[in-house]
Design a protein around this ligand. Structure first.
Ligand SMILES: Cc1ncc(COP(=O)(O)O)c(C=O)c1O
Length: 396
């Protein structure tokens, strides 16, 4: 038995490797930034085009200082879940700050947004209810829905006709929850939130948005996709991460209606049965929200560098998905071409990641780049120049 599983998994790994699909973890030996060093590449300064460091806060001095001060004041860990003896004042302070930033009634912290999404459906919905989910929603939403007993409906990405059909079919259910990512992470495209909210209102359904790829930099004061469309009061449940624009350490949250958050404190399993967030991370996250709220200059630079990259790639004749988000997916179709381009760029000290099946649909391979407010004009020029020569050198 023991050798059997070893053999099976070795076979699986060899299979992945033979198709060039093995995920290789690069070891970074510098702080996370737009310029990094990898262990494997020694002294080479790499231009990083693939972090979720949208506002460039991952190594911001104010966050580092806040985390240091947090360590000094509160110590290292909590060694407890929240309801035993793991609730520190700084957890409550961060929950309350997230609520005031996002303009919601209440917020509950989780170890990650994955945990938040994995825990909330089971706690809120049962067999009398229905959940209607966009086909491109994040894996954590898919897993969370699998764990609950509600009837499940799926609509094609941003397809309002299919959503309406599902709402009709679910009309006999007690509670109907429509769930969408605010921004779809593989496509860099926003959800049609006005359309979703409109349909949900007409059919008496609730709306949940996972705004992990928007909070901090989309909408006024970076308050996210609902704020961008002026729909904050129409969203019942908002989830998000502290692991991307807001400093990039770890942690997630559910924010929204008071009674929903109160119930999650009683029933969400990843909240009840997992250790509470490190206080120093909460201190740094508080500093990140203070910065993000006022960071119009960073958001302006992020938007300008995103426009520069999107325009440059389009001018070269590449097919780029989305319209204005700093996730910039450059479509290659063929997985091998995506890998070839990534290797070509790496040889020129530019780090990008190729994505192929099963992370994206078969035949829809791509290079997904992510722009940061910390990128400079000449960084983006370098990327465009490298893609220009890749076109002729690789014949793509
Ligand atoms: C849309 C979305 N939701 C949730 C998550 C998970 O966030 P976390 O890293 O906090 O678990 C991610 C991260 O990849 C994401 O892209």
């Amino acid at each position: 038995m023991r050798s059997q599983i070893g053999q099976r998994l070795r076979g699986n790994l060899d299979e992945l490797s033979s198709h060039n699909l093995l995920k290789v973890e690069q070891e970074i030996v510098s702080p996370q930034s737009t310029h990094i060093y990898l262990r494997a590449l020694g002294e080479r300064d790499l231009l990083n085009m693939c972090a979720n460091n949208y506002l460039g806060l991952s190594n911001h001095p104010a966050l580092v200082r806040a985390a240091h001060a947090g360590l000094e004041r509160h110590g290292f860990g909590m060694s407890s879940v929240r309801f035993i003896c793991g609730t520190h004042s700084v957890h409550r302070a961060l929950e309350s700050r997230l609520s005031s930033y996002l303009r919601t009634e209440d917020t509950i912290l989780f170890g990650s947004c994955f945990d938040a999404n994995a825990g909330l459906f089971e706690a809120l919905l049962d067999a009398d209810d229905a959940v209607i989910s966009d086909s491109l929603n994040h894996a954590s939403i898919i897993d969370g829905i699998r764990l609950c007993k509600a009837k499940r409906f799926r609509y094609a990405n941003n397809d309002m006709r299919q959503l309406e059909q599902a709402l009709r079919e679910a009309s006999n259910c007690r509670t109907v929850l429509v769930v969408t990512d605010g921004v779809f992470s593989m496509d860099g495209a926003a959800a049609n939130l006005p359309g979703i909210c409109d349909l949900a209102k007409r059919h008496g359904a609730l709306v949940m948005v996972d705004d992990s790829h928007a909070v901090g930099f989309v909408g006024p004061e970076g308050r996210g996709t609902p704020a961008r469309y002026g729909l904050e009061d129409r969203i019942d449940i908002l989830t998000g991460t502290l692991g991307k624009a807001l400093g990039g350490a770890s942690g997630g949250y559910v924010s929204g209606r008071g009674e929903i958050v109160s119930w999650l404190r009683q029933r969400a399993r990843p909240y009840l049965f997992s250790n509470s967030l490190m206080p120093a991370i909460c201190e740094a996250s508080l500093a990140a929200i203070d910065l993000a709220e006022k960071a119009d200059d960073l958001r302006q630079n992020l938007s300008a560098r995103t426009g520069q990259l999107r325009q440059g790639m389009t001018d070269l004749g590449f097919h780029v998905l989305g319209s204005d988000h700093p996730i910039v997916p450059v479509m290659t179709g063929d997985a091998a071409v995506a890998v070839q381009i990534a290797e070509y760029l790496c040889a020129r000290d530019i780090l990008v990641v190729p994505f192929s099946y099963p992370v994206v649909p078969d035949g829809a391979a791509r290079i997904r780049m992510q722009v940061s407010a910390a990128h400079r004009t000449d960084d983006i020029e370098r990327v465009i120049a490298a893609f220009r020569t890749a076109k002729t050198d690789l014949g793509v």
